[in-house]
Write a protein that binds this ligand. Structure first.
Ligand SMILES: [Zn+2]
Length: 293
């Protein structure tokens, strides 16, 4: 299945859902950052979560999430734009933990259950605003759910999955279901039943189910009205070499010349995508000359 995201509402207006497939996104993140299995599962869930939450709360802008827990992975930072791009990183990408008692990758222990999730929404006009909630478990889905319940004042369910095998990412994806103000006891009953029957997101993907199939499964018993077609998602960073060079121009001419003479170049790496940028000695001297002029 190709990566993508799709949104739907029930025709009675009581419930809506957004569903994403992110296998390639998570696989790209794993390769770019050379992530351990544990870090892949954690960052994979966070990237998928960012794409989903962005589509719910930051329709025309950008959303950033920072998981700051007390676990060995350190902070996990992701962002998503309304153009279907996501990017992110983990502070300690090599950390590998043993499987938990259920035989799953122990994302909760890796991120840690004590700490905070900071969510910043930038609608592209006015000031961005940040909300903070305490982490629930460090398992990502539950933490995002706590944020949604606090910020949207509506019951929701977040399911995220990243399935890895020895070769890497086999499947990744997730969904958010939200109760809308007109929901009834019957809505809650039906959706709870559907969740109980749902199984694992990545298992359904590996069985060949499409996003539409999965949408109908989670909203079984409701008449589903799609709000969007399937929109593509990809791991893409906004960094460029020009921006890296731009950042160097905050240094004074003397510092630039010193760097050119002593290091022979300037080197910098983008946190978000791990892209390495070089600026040659001649370029550094050029920038210094322009600053002197
Ligand atoms: Zn970058």
């Amino acid at each position: 299945m190709e990566d993508g995201i799709v949104k739907a509402i029930s025709s009675d207006g009581t419930i809506r859902a957004v569903i994403a497939a992110t296998t390639k996104v998570v696989s790209d993140a794993r390769e770019r950052h050379n992530l351990s299995f544990t870090a892949t599962a954690a960052l994979g869930r966070a990237l998928t979560g960012a794409a989903l939450v962005s589509s719910v709360v930051a329709k025309r802008g950008q959303l950033s999430m920072k998981f700051q827990g007390d676990g060995p992975l350190g902070k996990v930072v992701v962002d998503a734009t309304h153009k279907g791009t996501v990017r992110g990183y983990v502070e300690n990408p090599q950390v590998e933990l043993p499987l938990n008692s259920l035989g799953n990758i122990d994302v909760g222990a890796a991120i840690g259950s004590k700490g905070y999730l900071h969510v910043t929404v930038d609608h592209g006009f006015g000031r961005p605003y940040t909300s903070t909630v305490e982490l629930t478990s460090g398992e990502v889905g539950e933490d995002i759910n706590r944020y949604l319940v606090a910020s949207e004042q509506a019951g929701s369910v977040v399911i995220l999955g990243t399935h890895l095998d020895a070769n890497g990412v086999e499947a990744a994806g997730g969904l958010i279901v939200q109760l809308l103000p007109d929901h009834t006891e019957e809505t809650i009953c039906k959706i709870e039943n559907n969740i109980a029957q749902f199984g694992s997101f990545t298992f359904l993907m590996s069985r060949g189910m499409s996003l539409d199939d999965i949408m109908h499964r989670i909203l079984d018993g409701f008449e589903v009205r799609p709000l969007t077609g399937i929109e593509p998602l990809k791991f893409l960073c906004q960094c460029t070499r020009e921006r890296f060079v731009e950042a160097l121009t905050i240094l004074g001419p003397r510092e630039l010349i010193e760097m050119a003479e002593e290091e022979g170049q300037a080197e910098g790496r983008c946190h978000f995508c791990n892209q390495l940028y070089h600026v040659s000695k001649d370029n550094l001297l050029d920038i210094a000359r322009r600053k002197n002029a």
